[in-house]
Design a protein around this ligand. Sequence first.
Ligand SMILES: Cc1ncc(COP(=O)(O)O)c(C=O)c1O
Length: 441
Amino acid sequence: MNAAQLLKTFGSPTDRKTAIAMDAADPLAAFRNEFVIADPNLCYLDGNSLGRLPIATIESINDFLVNEWGTELVDGWAHWIDEAQVAGDLLGRATLGAAAGQVLVCDTTSVNFYQLCVAAIKARPGRKTVIIDAANFPTDRYILQGIADQFGLNLVTLNNDGSGGPGAVDIEADCELVTAETLAPFLNSDVALVTLQAIHYRSGARPNIRAITDLVRSHGGLVVWDASHAAGAIELDFDANGVDLAVGCTYKYGNSGPGAPAWLYVRKSMQAELRVPIQGWFAQDDQFVMGATFEPNREIRGFQIASPSIIGIRSVQASYSMIEQAGIGRIAAKAALGTELMVELFDAWLAPLGFTLLTPRDAMLRGGHITIGHPEAKRIAAALRKFAAVVPDYRVPDSIRLAIAPLPTSFIEVWDGFERIRDSVAREDYLKIEDNGSRVT
Ligand SMILES: Cc1ncc(COP(=O)(O)O)c(C=O)c1O
């Protein structure tokens, strides 16, 4: 049964009792009690930006501070040293469909993205073209622009949202979605690298990872996937889908906290061949010999730069242990059902108020969030926080993103949030909003 059919079995989406019945039948409902919910009245629909705090994280970090750092001091490194790999294995198992030895928890998504993109380009000597899409997350676009400058490459930007960019070429795209068909005309023997998001950060659209990876590989190129908005919301099955390289963060659906360490994935069979540009001492094969020359480790540690943040990793371990226990299959099913409820409520309540749906209607073509457009989106998002106890997020120029984070978010939280959005916009609360001057949206 797909998400649309399943939703129908619970009753009419606009009836509050339907959401109550969905929570009663939700196998993941009890996980909500494992998070800090400081204000039970708040409808927090922004778990795609920053996940809620798991109670286990507080315990785990305190325990680390008092019983490890505080007491073991420097001797702790004897067992902390490989934690980027241990946490990577957990994260890979829990969310990426990755067998052990292919994931590291380290650094930021941005740093990991730079590392893997340059490694991929260097692994395709003589090829001079790299491809990204205009709707990609800014850090990826800016970093790739820098890489193209640094190595004298030809950068092609697939213009899937009208915003253009260096080397822009227009493509037809529904909800920004890049497909194998729209990408194909730009692939040839000069393309070293294509980089795309596993879920588009703004529209929430979900490309076919396998089809695109296979297509690019058939032209001899490599793909780096940014799965920041996908990991912890959908089943990625990297090993089964033949993914070679990917990066992502842990603070969204991973619930690991603001600025928690990110991750990178390198398929086992590629690890010996690839060389990252930042040759830090953790990548040195015999690290503590401290030799004169860099000799890279040929396994996943060869992709690590430096001392891991153990506090950050403990936070990742606490939250991904919960994800593993919940099961990514059940998490993905709840995201699909929750976003289906959102789409139905959008049709019934928000479309008549002038909103447009910017996310695909097919649950298999999206992740854990939907995006709605409105000319007054910025002020509406601010008014929802101020007057309606709903936290969405706003993205330029006219988008509001609304997410279900499957472990902490209940269906009733989604339902109440949508009812409040409807009522707040109908009351025109947003007309009372003046620019608050915040740099953050
Ligand atoms: C797709 C994507 N990539 C990268 C980032 C940010 O990366 P970093 O953790 O390096 O700030 C985000 C943040 O929202 C994102 O959505």
